[in-house]
Design a protein around this ligand. Structure first.
Ligand code: SF4
Ligand code: SF4
Length: 212
């Protein structure tokens, strides 16, 4: 297996996409006069799966900056997270387990947190590569604000995620190559990524050592 690593150039592009996401989020949040301040909830216990080798590799760049001791703590919490999610699913419930990267309410890999962590909260829409448009209403607090201010949800400002997602797909293509569509699909929680280790792909035949 071959580890999937982001070049400096691709890492810089991921950082730039994330920055743009934050800027777009702030514009919408500001126009709705919305913030997470004083929220009794903490969205880091929301259950999300993530779908790119790019974000997985970028998460590990942050993970590797932590001390060996901290990495071990995170991995142990991740294992527990996976067990707790499986137990919830066995009860036919949607898991609601605190992310293993959250310590005392704060994300310890804040700069490396994933796209969903950066966009959850405000209304957003996104056109998928197959043309289907997905609309996200925002979190329960933001939905309350929208309901008060607008007759219909569609009148509310929202984040348009499509261009940023397209940039992320472009990085993904650079990272894993043109065979992107035939690779095993990523569908993992952050905890599953952390327990599995950095992303890997099967070594192409032409790069394998001769056998026999
Ligand atoms: S995104 Fe919404 S629900 Fe989550 S912490 Fe912020 S205000 Fe609370
Ligand atoms: S990565 Fe950070 S921001 Fe995202 S869910 Fe985990 S603790 Fe929260």
């Amino acid at each position: 297996m071959k580890e999937v690593l982001l070049s400096d150039e691709l890492s810089a592009e991921v950082a730039s996409i994330y920055e743009a996401m934050e800027a777009d989020y702030d514009v919408v949040a500001k126009s709705l006069n919305f913030s997470c301040d004083g929220c009794p909830d903490n969205c880091c216990d929301s259950y999300f799966q993530h779908h790119t080798y790019t974000e997985w590799a970028y998460l590990f760049q942050g993970f590797w900056l932590e001390s060996a001791e901290k990495q071990q703590q995170i991995t142990e919490r991740s294992r527990q997270y996976i067990l707790d999610c499986a137990a919830a699913e066995a009860r036919d419930e949607r898991p609601q387990v605190m992310c293993p990267l959250n310590e005392e309410g704060r994300c310890i890999l804040y700069k490396h947190r994933l796209m969903v962590c950066r966009t959850h909260g405000v209304p957003a829409s996104m056109r998928r590569p197959d043309g289907q448009v997905l609309n996200f209403p925002g979190c329960f607090r933001c939905q309350k604000i929208v309901k008060k201010k607008f007759v219909h949800d569609s009148q509310a400002p929202h984040m348009e995620r499509t261009p940023l997602l397209q940039r992320l797909v472009a990085v993904e293509r650079e990272l894993v190559g043109e065979k992107i569509h035939i690779l095993p699909r990523v569908k993992l929680t952050i905890a599953q990524m952390l327990v599995q280790g950095p992303p890997t792909l099967a070594t192409p035949h032409c790069e394998r050592p001769e056998s026999g």
